[in-house]
Write a protein that binds this ligand. Structure first.
Ligand code: G
Ligand code: G
Ligand code: MN
Length: 452
């Protein structure tokens, strides 16, 4: 130690160390990209507020939406836009804004001396502020935000609970494409139930598809002869009973499990067909393919392996894709469709008419069949305008060399109307609901014609 230092030197040195210390602390507590205090600081602020709370405290998590993610990677101006957005938020929300764990997410604290929902107008103003157009050269850039909110009430929730609720609400807002979502007990319970079901799905798939099975819905030609069938997956939950596909399929798409379900369904399709072939059935099975499954890089070889292993000809499989799936990642979709069609596998566009529905891209995608959605079939026998739409779709499909099939045929009059309009094949309760392979076999062995 330097013993020559005077008391004045020592005091100056200590002051300098203090300054460095607080500078260091400030830096550690500040996000270098945005200059905002970090989340931990916000959490401490919330704890402090809750020590002596005003009437209401609002905890919000705000995340810039999908468009921002894109801009950030492609533009130098990404950071400048981020900082400008924070300035806009400051004007509306005040100073209590903190950087959350992600660059595009902020924690904000609001307080009010009044009970009740006094924040809604402020939150709507924040949403508006983020969505305002930007100045040149970013005038073509547009992004919005999602907000999840939790409000402290008289229950005396802790900071941790409030933050957890806000995070849950934000997740649900993002999932449900909603700009603003308040936490509620109902929302919490619904989310928990969904997570449990998702966990069950994962576990039951892992334990060998125990509670899963498939059903097959016959597809008939004009004369009622069964030419094929659609394979549909079913999940019978041991406690909750049958879970509707429109619940578990979207869930499996979101978490990627649909790849396994889809692969398994393909196996069930060829296994079912092998049984039916022994009865002399020469038709095809049509399998729904989710975009997530179709976009796997090795999709083509997976299908090829199943087909090779079965000894069945390619014509015995048809794959159903929705319009949405065809529009994503067009180039790789086109090459996969082409490779699979080389194996003689056929393609159908499912739910035709409900999506983007541009008959134009039928030219880009060499599909074999369009499956006209059941909403277009419903009531065609009684509504001339619906029949006119159907006629137009059929005419355009046929002039492009594409076959047309109608889904959801429920009555003989609908069938007659479809036949009068030259529809090629049909499917629906009028002919048969989806059935197990035993029942399907009976249809084949008793003449293969429906309705029986
Ligand atoms: O029969 P139904 O209610 O089951 O079918 C509901 C929806 O579930 C249909 O839109 C169908 O496309 C979808 N679906 C059924 N089985 C499968 C499957 O194995 N894979 C995919 N991707 N979707 C399926
Ligand atoms: O893959 P897709 O979305 O097309 O699924 C077919 C769905 O239509 C399945 O849920 C199936 O059970 C259902 N379905 C089959 N036939 C009929 C029918 O005649 N009427 C109605 N409303 N639904 C049907
Ligand atoms: Mn389908």
């Amino acid at each position: 130690m330097n013993t020559n230092q005077s008391p004045e030197d020592l005091a100056a040195r200590i002051a300098e160390l203090d300054r460095e210390n607080s500078e260091l602390k400030r830096m550690l507590n500040t996000n270098p990209d945005t200059g905002l205090p970090i989340r931990r600081v916000g959490e401490q602020r919330l704890r402090d507020i809750l020590q002596d709370p005003p009437a209401v405290v609002g905890v919000l998590l705000l995340r810039l939406d999908g468009d921002y993610e894109r801009i950030r990677g492609t533009r130098d101006a990404g950071r400048a836009l981020l900082v400008k957005t924070i300035l806009r938020l400051r004007r509306v929300l005040g100073e209590h804004i903190f950087q959350s764990d992600r660059q595009d997410e902020f924690l904000c604290l609001l307080t009010s001396a009044e009970r009740g929902d006094s924040f809604r107008a402020t939150l709507n103003a924040a949403i508006q502020a983020v969505a305002q157009p930007h100045e040149p050269p970013a005038e073509d850039v547009a992004f919005g935000c999602r907000i999840g909110v939790s409000i402290s009430d008289s229950l005396g929730l802790s900071a941790e609970e409030l933050l957890w609720q806000a995070a849950l609400s934000l997740n649900e807002a993002v999932r449900g494409n909603q700009p603003l979502l308040y936490y509620s007990h109902e929302l919490g319970a619904r989310t928990r139930a969904r997570h449990e079901l998702e966990e069950d799905l994962r576990r039951q798939l892992r334990s060998g598809f125990d509670n899963f099975y498939v059903v097959y819905q016959p597809i008939v030609a004009e004369d009622g002869v069964i030419v094929g069938g659609e394979v549909l997956a079913r999940w019978r939950h041991p406690e909750r009973g049958l879970i509707p596909p429109d619940v578990f399929i979207p869930m499996a798409e979101a978490n990627g499990l649909i790849r396994h379900i889809g692969q398994w369904t393909l196996y069930q399709a060829v296994r079912g067909l092998q049984r039916l072939r022994e009865l002399g059935f020469t038709g095809y099975f049509s399998v729904n393919i989710s975009p997530v499954q179709f976009h796997q890089v090795d999709m083509v070889s997976r299908v090829q392996k199943i087909l090779d292993g079965s000894g069945l000809p390619g014509e015995s499989l048809q794959l159903e894709l929705t319009e949405g799936a065809l529009l994503q990642n067009t180039e790789s979709v086109v090459s996969k469709v082409a490779a699979l069609r080389k194996l003689k596998i056929r393609f159908a566009i499912d739910d035709f008419g409900t999506g983007y529905s541009s008959l134009k891209y039928l030219q880009n995608f060499p599909v074999d069949v369009i499956k006209i959605d059941k909403s277009f079939v419903l009531g065609i026998s009684d509504h001339p305008s619906r029949r006119e739409i159907l006629r137009t779709i059929l005419f355009m499909a046929h002039s492009l060399g594409v076959k047309a099939m109608a889904e959801g045929v429920e009555t003989p009059r609908e069938r007659d109307a479809l036949l009068a309009e030259q529809c090629d094949t049909m499917q629906g309760y009028y002919f048969s609901p989806p059935v197990d392979i035993g029942r399907f076999s009976q249809f084949i062995s008793s003449g293969g014609r429906l309705p029986s």
